[in-house]
Design a protein around this ligand. Structure first.
Ligand code: G3P
Length: 218
């Protein structure tokens, strides 16, 4: 499973990108609203930090405006993927943009039926939301599993991009069920890495190495 980062915070992207683990980036209007700066400059900087699909979301409510904004975003860089909601207007715009060779990531996807429609409309990525199901007391992992199963062996070139990830458990479960990608908040990346036994073991190794050097007069 490929790992994307879900943020528009350039410092967070730069830090996790330094680990050598990122295959792409996803943003959305809320994540963009959380950072200052010119939108185009932010997207352009992200394409410099991570060499992979960079999702930039359209903010419009009709096909024509979605298509116009999608073309504008796609023209910023070859790695820009246009993000559209899994709505009727989003499907309409996806089929137009996909027909022009522009890659689309259909987001706010909550059911396997929505995912099937997104794939059929030409979306290259489908983003089933996990955490927002959990937020209302439902089982986001089971919903994701249904979408992964439904798109398994799809006749279309589409990748399941697990989104709305809230914990390392979500990442593990997405990987175990065969999701193609998980887009992960910076905080969860740190949770994935950190373990007290690693820290304690590393400290002990360093102490023992220092003690040996001292004995050797090093
Ligand atoms: O960016 C799409 C998705 O990952 C957002 O997730 O945390 O707002 O439910 P969240």
């Amino acid at each position: 499973m490929k790992l994307f980062i879900d943020t528009a915070d350039l410092k967070e992207i730069e830090q996790i990108a330094s680990w050598g683990v990122l295959a792409g980036v996803t943003t959305n209007p809320s994540l963009l609203a959380a950072v200052d700066g010119d939108e185009v400059s932010i997207y352009r900087r992200i394409t410099e930090l991570v060499d992979g699909p960079i999702s930039a979301e359209v903010v419009a409510d009709n096909r024509e405006d979605m298509v116009t904004e999608g073309r504008r975003l796609a023209a910023l860089h070859p790695n820009i993927v246009v993000k559209l909601p899994t709505s009727e207007e989003g499907l309409q715009a996806t089929s137009v943009l996909a027909g022009e060779g522009i890659r689309v990531n259909m987001t706010l996807c909550f059911t396997a039926t929505q995912a099937l429609l997104a794939a059929a409309a030409g979306a290259r990525f489908v983003s089933p939301f996990v955490g927002r199901y959990d937020d209302i007391g439902n089982d986001g992992i089971e919903a994701l599993r249904e979408t992964v199963d439904a798109l398994m062996g799809s006749a279309y070139e589409v990748e399941v991009l697990a989104a709305s990830i809230r914990s390392p458990i979500h990442v593990i479960e997405a990987a175990k069920m065969g999701a193609d990608i998980a887009t992960i908040p910076p905080k969860v990346f740190h949770q994935m890495l950190k373990h007290p036994l690693t820290d304690a073991g590393n400290q002990k190794f360093n102490e023992d190495a220092a003690a040996r050097r001292a004995r050797q007069g090093g």
